[in-house]
Design a protein around this ligand. Structure first.
Ligand SMILES: NC(=O)c1ccc[n+]([C@@H]2O[C@H](COP(=O)([O-])OP(=O)(O)OC[C@H]3O[C@@H](n4cnc5c(N)ncnc54)[C@H](OP(=O)(O)O)[C@@H]3O)[C@@H](O)[C@H]2O)c1
Length: 214
């Protein structure tokens, strides 16, 4: 598959681009915001396009042209306010879904957040973030796309173990970003994850097996 990575310059995004570039089943196109990021992605072996999620749906669609799948792993981050949470984490995600539909790109993987589907479990301190994730996920579920929604727990920068736990509900836990990236790649062609959503934390089951058993 040719995979368009939205948020390619991010921490999960970097793992994902590197792993996809080394994977002979897939080809990767990185969506970034700046020239220097574009050059870095090209050095990793990716094709790249400069697009900002605060721009129009057509710009995202143009960036993704020729791809077979889109992964949304962008985020406004903790250093910005609720305005960027709305503009990037919610509207940026929804515009990417619209761009996929407009371009006929059916496969879509969303990186959401642990328990984004359960209001009662949202962290009070970052409630607007959960609201954004919740409604972006709902829009994806209501779209015509072949989606998978991955809701990871707290992200850490440790080396991945390649082993995870996934379930409809996991209340707490953490997971290395590298294992999230590996899970995304395994989901791309795993039919058992199509039209499904799950929480993801570290565990003791190899990724491919966990996705088949779920
Ligand atoms: N932190 C956690 O514990 C946690 C837990 C669960 C889920 N998540 C989710 O996991 C995902 C990835 O996390 P991460 O740690 O890899 O994130 P990250 O390192 O902060 O990367 C986010 C990326 O989004 C890009 N971005 C921000 N605004 C943009 C815009 N307007 N247009 C285009 N790109 C834009 C950033 O671009 P620049 O590089 O140019 O700034 C950055 O590369 C996010 O969706 C996050 O919400 C995080």
């Amino acid at each position: 598959m040719k995979v368009f990575v939205v948020g390619a310059n991010g921490k999960i995004g970097h793992h994902l681009v590197r792993l996809l570039a080394d994977d002979n089943q897939h080809v990767v196109k990185a969506m970034v915001r700046k020239d220097e990021q574009l050059r870095e992605m090209q050095k990793l072996g990716a094709e790249a396009a400069i697009v900002n999620l605060e721009g129009g749906v057509d710009q995202i669609a143009e960036g993704a042209r020729g791809c077979d799948a889109i992964v949304f792993t962008a985020g406004s981050g903790g250093h910005t306010g609720a305005d960027k949470t709305l503009l990037v984490d919610l509207d940026g995600a929804v515009k990417t879904i619209e761009a996929a539909e407009k371009s006929g790109i059916k496969r879509f993987i969303m990186i959401s957040a642990l328990q984004a589907h359960r209001r009662e479990n949202w962290n009070e301190a970052i409630k607007p973030y959960y609201v954004a994730k919740h409604y972006a996920d709902k829009m994806l579920e209501q779209s015509s796309l072949t989606y998978t929604i991955i809701r990871p727990g707290g992200l850490v920068d440790k080396t991945g173990t390649g082993k995870i736990t996934i379930a409809e509900d996991i209340i707490e836990g953490a997971v290395p970003r590298e294992d999230v990236a590996k899970t995304i790649i395994a989901c791309l062609t795993e039919g058992n994850t199509y039209y499904r959503a799950f929480d993801l934390v570290s565990g003791d089951i190899p990724i491919a097996e966990a996705l088949k058993m779920f």
